[in-house]
Design a protein around this ligand. Sequence first.
Ligand code: IYR
Length: 220
Amino acid sequence: MPAPTVPYSQPRLTHQEMIQRAEAEYAAADTRRTVRMFSTDPVPQEVIEYGIKSAGTAPSGAHHQPWHFCAISDPDLKQKLREAAEVEEKDFYERRAPDEWKAALEPLGTDFVKEHLTDAPWLIIVFREDYSLNADGSRRKNYYMTESVGIAVGFLIQALHRSGVAMLTHTPAPMTFLRELCGRPKNEKPFLILAVGYPADECEVPDLARKSLEQIADFL
Ligand code: IYR
């Protein structure tokens, strides 16, 4: 049976208003940079809460909303998480990383030391629900989980950027330790860590260029 519906409309803007808004949105998005050096200054929890609420507005397969967010500010937990991540990262950089991957990372200057995991005032651990659990404990299948959670993380990043904080998306591999540290159930798979805070005063970012519209799009 189809779900009940409610009317939906959005105020119609003139073409000129739309173009102005679109340009302003792009200009704001284009100021975002991934940062790796964070100030330890605190960021209010409400900023994180609204960011996660924005993430929760993302479209998802069958509207199952297959995501969960653990926002960590507790210094002891961040320390534990950093230690566990560095064990994996050390193994990655020293043993597991293929040469081609290492070469690709060289311009970024990354290594196994992950100060951001203790410096950034917030770590948002994003989980993907591979299946949901019904009230009676039976499993409910989810659909397009990776796409859905990826879109939600995009919303989260954009919302937090517009709120005035900087971020690093971090995916130590494997990330299974995060489930236990966050006390999440087995149906949830760690998707990524988003470190959130202000950039450190001395923060610099690589002088990178973004692909042009012509490079990333065709209008047919
Ligand atoms: N997870 C490692 C390696 C790494 C991989 C990619 I792809 C990057 O863009 C950056 C780092 C790390 O976090 O150092």
